[in-house]
Design a protein around this ligand. Structure first.
Ligand SMILES: [Zn+2]
Ligand SMILES: [Zn+2]
Length: 217
């Protein structure tokens, strides 16, 4: 550390502790006596005086001019090390964010593929449902036709007074099995070469075939 003195007259501050000393913007030190002689100019370089008195109230940037340079060098090293570590930490977090973004992107791609697969499967299931609905409609039409034929048989048998007339009269409560036996009777009575009810026979057969294909969907 240098000895504080007036750069104009060489007066040591330590020898005149009550004399004010000033530091200028042009980085000169002048005592109060020399500065008073020059009034508004720096006593050393004659530039317009801009400065402040050297005391404990010096602003921090100006006070650092009076600190030991080795102390400032150590401070600079600590500051440099601290800032280097902060940059390294920032870089590490940035790398982690990039890795996480890659994972999220990979997950998103997987979910997109899964969504496409499920959509395709959903479409196939809809098509199956439509086929089932078509089968049900077809079967219901065939069943309705069978009931119409049963009604005709009931009317014709009622006049004969046979034992089956009472059961045929209760058409609404007729079981499916009974209906099917009547169908067989009707079809067998029409004969293999008869053209009496061949259309109904073919329609019922088609329903049976559809029934088999339905259970294999
Ligand atoms: Zn002086
Ligand atoms: Zn000066």
């Amino acid at each position: 550390m240098f000895r504080l003195h007036c750069n104009k007259c060489g007066q040591l501050k330590a020898s005149e502790p009550n004399r004010p000393f000033y530091i200028t913007r042009c980085q000169h030190i002048a005592c109060g006596v020399c500065l008073a002689a020059q009034k508004t100019l720096c006593p050393i370089c004659q530039r317009p005086f801009q400065g402040t008195e050297i005391n404990a109230s010096l602003p921090s940037p100006v006070a650092s001019y009076f600190q030991d340079p080795h102390h400032l060098l150590e401070l600079w090293k600590r500051i440099s090390k601290f800032q280097h570590e902060q940059v390294a930490s920032d870089n590490l977090h940035f790398w982690h964010r990039q890795q996480k973004a890659k994972d999220v992107k990979r997950d998103l791609e997987g979910l997109t593929k899964l969504s496409a697969t499920l959509s395709s499967k959903n479409e196939r299931e809809k098509q199956k449902i439509n086929k089932i609905r078509d089968y049900i409609n077809h079967y219901e039409r065939a069943l309705e036709s069978d009931r119409d034929i049963s009604g005709e048989i009931s009317n014709s048998s009622h006049g004969l007074g046979s034992n089956t007339s009472s059961s045929l009269a209760t058409d609404n409560t007729m079981s499916d099995e009974h209906l099917r036996s009547l169908m067989n009777m009707s079809l067998s009575s029409s004969g293999s070469g008869s053209d009496g009810q061949p259309k109904t026979k073919r329609r019922r057969s088609a329903a049976d075939v559809n029934s088999v294909s339905f259970f294999h969907l």
